[in-house]
Ligand binder design. Structure first.
Ligand code: AMP
Length: 469
């Protein structure tokens, strides 16, 4: 099951005036359609009132800090020049940097959002140069120093008032970042976003991916300057392809959709000797892999579960009891597709096992003979410290139990996980130039090399605290 929750984008045009920054609170609680329409109208009015030619937006949930308005992006600073910034990712040395910024840079931060740290480091590095006229090299140098000081995963977009738009992607390139262009000559505009769908929807043409370790500056004459300022060590997040990104996105030249098709092909090899009557995806993410899985096994693909579109996400519900009840309301089985059959249910991942246990129970009650379960990803065992909300240390069922035991706990007749090797192969096939992926949530190998056991526990504790709040 998946709901995507992460996009940041920026757009630049040719005129010289620049927008004032407006921080728009995002309503997270349940709201009715009428309320939502009224709210959107009001937001549209606010947006129309904004003057200028550069805008940045952010819709990602927090993986550090709180969900309060104080932590909402963009963040703005008035010196030097006036800089505004948003990011996708997560900083791993956030606490140390916050202290360092106060002690060494004499900068006090007021939120618990990690982009405020990046912004202040960037501003501090830019300010050191005592710049009279800003040149792209100044931006590149500041970014180079950001890369030295800020650890973790971050793709950043922002603007420097009256000067232009900038973007950068950390040297590991864990989070995606894509450049799009629309129009020509005087009408040319740029957009930098965290997924290619953002460009598609707004009719921008894909130009390039931001390279890992690269800084980009688009000046107010619309000239784009690019420089890889630090030696890259590319490790794009594999979970973007498995679960997080939209299937219609292409990230680092790898189609998310095609990767998911290949994940299904790979899984099919593990079911060759199992008598399956129908393959049934658990909506939505696993649908793509289930198509090829069924095809390769030569059995029927069936939409056995219908999703209630009006219910909240179960994964982010604060406690286990709410999550369990919620799964039941969320998916309704088409009983005919289960009755008397050996069904193979497919999901993209198993985290705590809550969803799979409930769904298997629903499939049994709907009359299935046997219920097999497949995860299109390998077992998740480690928290993500790079921006996917999966950081509670003790919650991974596969960390605590063997696959056989999990099979028993979730009540499956057979549980099959994708192998890590096949999972990587499925993504890599889309772009063989990528030598490594970040697979930290599967194997605990955090590419940035700074993540300790204690750090993981601490992040886990903080996330629990923040969610309870
Ligand atoms: P669980 O019920 O805890 O085992 O969670 C498994 C379900 O959560 C699967 O259906 C996944 O699609 C979904 N999932 C995995 N990772 C995330 C995430 N970071 N945010 C929201 N949902 C997720």
């Amino acid at each position: 099951m998946a709901v995507k929750a992460s996009t940041a984008f920026v757009k630049a045009e040719t005129e010289e005036t620049l927008s004032p920054v407006r921080r728009i609170p995002i309503k997270e609680e349940r709201i009715s359609t009428i309320e939502l329409e009224a709210w959107l109208k009001q937001e549209e009015r606010i947006l129309r009132e904004l003057k200028g030619n550069i805008g940045i937006g952010h819709t990602r949930y927090p993986t550090i800090g709180s969900t309060s308005i104080v932590d909402a992006q963009p963040f703005t600073i008035n010196t030097p020049f006036g800089i505004s910034m948003v990011h996708n990712g997560n900083i791993t040395n956030y606490k140390e940097l916050k202290k360092e910024l106060l002690k060494k840079d004499l900068r006090h931060l007021y939120s618990t959002c990690d982009v405020e740290v990046i912004l202040n480091v960037f501003a501090s590095e830019l300010q050191k140069k005592n710049i009279k006229k800003l040149r792209p090299e100044h931006v590149f140098n500041a970014v180079k120093n950001v890369f030295k000081r800020v650890k973790g995963a971050y793709t950043v977009v922002g603007f420097i008032a009256q000067q232009g738009l900038f973007a950068f992607r950390d040297p590991y390139g864990i989070k995606p970042g894509l450049i799009g262009v629309k129009g020509k000559g005087k009408n040319k505009t740029y957009m930098i976003g965290s997924e290619s769908v953002v460009h598609d929807v707004l009719k921008y043409e894909f130009r390039d991916n931001i390279k890992p370790g690269e800084a980009i500056f688009i000046d107010n004459k619309m000239k784009m300057h690019r420089k890889v300022v630090t030696k890259p060590n590319h490790h794009p997040c594999i979970f973007e392809y498995i679960y997080f990104a939209r299937p219609d996105s292409v990230l680092d030249k790898i189609s998310v959709y095609k990767t998911r098709l290949r994940l299904g092909n790979a899984l099919a090899k593990q079911f060759k000797n199992v008598k399956v009557d129908a393959v049934i995806p658990i909506p939505e993410t696993s649908r793509t892999a289930a198509i090829t899985l069924a095809y390769d096994l030569g059995v029927k693909y069936r939409d056995g579960f219908i999703k209630n579109r009006y219910i909240d996400r179960t994964f982010i519900m604060p406690d286990q009891e709410q999550r369990e009840v919620s799964v039941k309301f969320k998916l309704n089985p088409i009983k005919l597709e289960f009755r008397g059959k050996n069904v193979l249910l497919v999901d993209d991942s198993i985290v705590r096992g809550t969803t799979s246990k409930k769904i298997i129970d629903i499939a049994r009650k709907a009359g299935s003979k046997k219920v097999f379960f497949a995860s299109t990803s390998a077992p998740l065992r480690y928290p993500c410290v790079y921006g996917i909300d999966m950081s509670t240390y003790d919650e991974f069922i596969a960390k605590k139990h063997s696959i056989k035991k999990i099979e028993k706990i979730i009540g499956a007749d057979l549980l099959v996980y994708q192998t890590k090797e096949d999972m990587i192969k499925a993504a890599k096939e889309g772009n063989p130039n990528i030598k490594h992926f970040c697979t930290a949530c599967f194997d605990g190998n955090y590419p940035t090399g700074d993540v300790t056991e204690e750090m993981l526990r601490e992040i886990g504790r903080e996330r629990i605290k923040a969610k309870k709040k």
